[in-house]
Design a protein around this ligand. Structure first.
Ligand code: G4P
Length: 289
């Protein structure tokens, strides 16, 4: 039986992904911010901290801030409540959404107005009326930014796709007579200070599959589920999750009949099944932060 690497290696997973187009995008955003009243930051509710780009706080330090707590349908309901309170406590307006189904989207207009209340009143005092609120939509790849914009603007004005990091051109989208949005390309940050952030981004699909070791990720995930969501692995794969995490992966490979041509168990395939199940919600509602 081929022994796979143990979880000690996971900390050495080297994820440092910052393509040139992202540097360019960031420079453009630094320019565009002057035109903006409010930053609408989309985050992945399964990783509410890890899916935030720390550069955005610097970029938006003098702006109103809205967090779109997206993919709430895939995340742990109790954790959602806690995280939403956490962000509200930090001064963010927060809207919980499932951009795919449209849940929560009807709250965005009112939240935009509330977040920009002072600005609107200041404009009124200066005699500026009918000037739309301008929001900059930001988010790292795969958080559901395109899906959100399509759902909110109710038209297919941006492409959605399952390959993270696809560059999209700068564009203004008119939602209604009061609100305009500026779409920005999904950007990640140059280095992940905490290696676990990179791992969680990879598990949820924000980082391309081909630059990471899927087996390492699955071992991390098995360990996390054993500790935080007891019973989930057993329910889905009928494995004894009290076993050592690597053994659990072997058992998943066995149960799912993941075999190589030579008849040996294919752990990479089992790891892929596990990660896909997490991404699609088949394991249940799970929060990794
Ligand atoms: P991006 O612009 O931020 O890169 O993300 P995008 O909108 O392309 O969404 C990435 C994936 O996440 C898409 O799935 C999309 O359908 C899904 N998604 C977006 N928001 C939500 C949400 O709130 N809940 C759930 N469950 N999924 C969401 P995909 O597999 O790439 O495409 P598709 O098969 O859904 O069409």
């Amino acid at each position: 039986m081929e022994k796979i690497k143990n979880d000690q290696n996971i900390n050495k997973t080297n994820i440092n992904w910052y393509p040139g187009h992202m540097t360019k995008a960031k420079r453009q955003m630094d320019q565009d911010i002057k035109l903006i009243d409010v930053i609408i930051e989309i985050i992945d509710g399964r990783i509410p901290l890890s899916s935030r780009n720390p550069d955005i706080d610097e970029l938006g330090k003098n702006k109103s801030r809205i967090i779109i707590f997206n993919k709430a349908d895939l995340a742990d309901k109790e954790a959602n409540k806690k995280w939403i309170e956490y962000f509200k406590g930090k001064g963010f307006f927060v809207v919980e959404t499932n951009a795919k189904s449209g849940m929560g989207i009807n709250k965005i207009d009112a939240t935009m107005m509330e977040a920009c209340k002072e600005k609107i009143e200041r404009n009124k005092r200066r005699g500026i009326v009918n000037r739309p609120i301008r929001g900059m939509v930001v988010g790292i790849p795969n958080v559901g930014k395109s899906t959100f914009i399509n759902s909110y603007a109710k038209k297919a004005c941006t492409k959605t796709g399952n390959k993270p990091g696809v560059t999209r051109g700068k564009q203004w989208i008119r939602v209604n007579k009061n609100i305009e949005l500026l779409d920005t390309p999904g950007i990640l940050w140059p280095k992940f200070d905490d290696e676990k952030v990179g791992i969680k981004l990879a598990i949820t699909g924000a980082i391309k599959d081909d630059i990471l070791n899927i087996t390492d990720l699955s071992i991390y995930l098995i360990n996390y589920l054993k500790e935080n969501y007891k019973g989930i692995l057993n329910k889905r794969y009928e494995v004894d999750e009290d076993k050592e995490k690597v053994e659990v992966l072997y058992d998943i490979a066995e149960k799912r009949k993941c075999l190589r041509k030579n008849g040996e168990l294919d752990y990479d395939k089992a790891a892929g099944i596990l990660i896909d199940d997490l991404r699609s919600g088949n394991l249940g509602k799970i929060t990794l932060d």
